[in-house]
Design a protein around this ligand. Sequence first.
Ligand SMILES: *[C@@H]1O[C@H](CO)[C@@H](O)[C@H](O)[C@H]1NC(C)=O
Ligand SMILES: *[C@@H]1O[C@H](CO)[C@@H](O)[C@H](O)[C@H]1NC(C)=O
Length: 358
Amino acid sequence: MQMGSFSLTTSIWQLFGFCFLYFSLVAGTQAECPVQLSQKSVVVEYGGSVAVNCSASVPHYGMGWEASEGGVEKTRDSVVTWRVSDLREWDIKPFCYINYDITHDTLCEEELPVTVYKTPDSVSISIVNHTRPMMEGEQYELQCDVQDVAPVQNLTVKWYKGQTLLSQTNFTDTSRTPVNEVAKLLIRPNRTDDGAQFWCEAKLDLGAEGPQPPPKKTSEPLSITVHFKPIISETKLPSIVTVFRGYPVVLVCEAEGNPKPKISWSLSENVDGDKLTVSESTPENVHCNASNSVGTTTRQVKVFIQEDYLPLIAGLIAVAVAFISVIFIFIYSIYYKTAKMGRYSLKDAKPSVQNGNI
Ligand SMILES: *[C@@H]1O[C@H](CO)[C@@H](O)[C@H](O)[C@H]1NC(C)=O
Ligand SMILES: *[C@@H]1O[C@H](CO)[C@@H](O)[C@H](O)[C@H]1NC(C)=O
């Protein structure tokens, strides 16, 4: 029991001790350090120069800069300058300290956040595991290589097709030293992408303190070639064609494709070229074939032969006209007779005239 209560008491005292230590530490760091930095943070290019003033706002017993480069010995001056003319440290953490209370020998510090950046040496674009022309509808991976850039958490890689932004990548790597980064993009090109230019852009966003405008580097454009199977124009080549005997018709087969398709016709024998003259001797079914290295597309055309009915129709029309004329003449003569008879009945009062007319 004695041992138990003793250890409990000890623990309580230890807890008190920790609490005291904790609160004094928190209070110490929370207290405003009576110094003023000429800049809240700095962004410097690797190898660049920087100068930041630390000014005391109270009387003090010495102040200075602590830093792995450009440190300043403790001095009684009220402004001390951290200055580096050729900054070659990636993870530098300078702080200004001040000793302003002689009784407690309080030393307080103000850290200056420094971002050291380096623009990439190169930005290049390539197709992953692929060199041949692309095929329509298949998936490919593009890769953007960014060489030797820092800090990577402020790097953005943007992908473009022509002037269109496709996507962008940010990096979560917290490294402050330069790294090589790779951004990837999956594409599934279609025929309209033939000849399209893809490129990527690496940009370092270093905020208001950083260089303006933010440094950017772009890759060379990558032109892609997209191969696709021929497509035969259906408007130029109907699927049914009527041909009058004695009046041949020329069919035109046009096809789009990459590489440029070769056009041929298959009837009883094969005929090369995009034009075919069809007449009564042409078989009922002909096919246009458009082929390239990707594949072959075929369109069937049905040829109907029609007798030339024109003379027959002309003859029929002539007969019809003659027939109608005869009918008209007949009707007219009947009407004429009726009219005369009518006059006869009207002129009943003068039979002599009637008789004279007959
Ligand atoms: C820093 O202080 C020096 C002298 O006190 C002054 O000449 C200089 O302009 C100051 N620089 C900045 C960045 O405030
Ligand atoms: C740079 O990256 C860091 C870490 O992601 C971020 O906190 C900071 O805001 C970034 N700076 C800018 C200007 O975006």
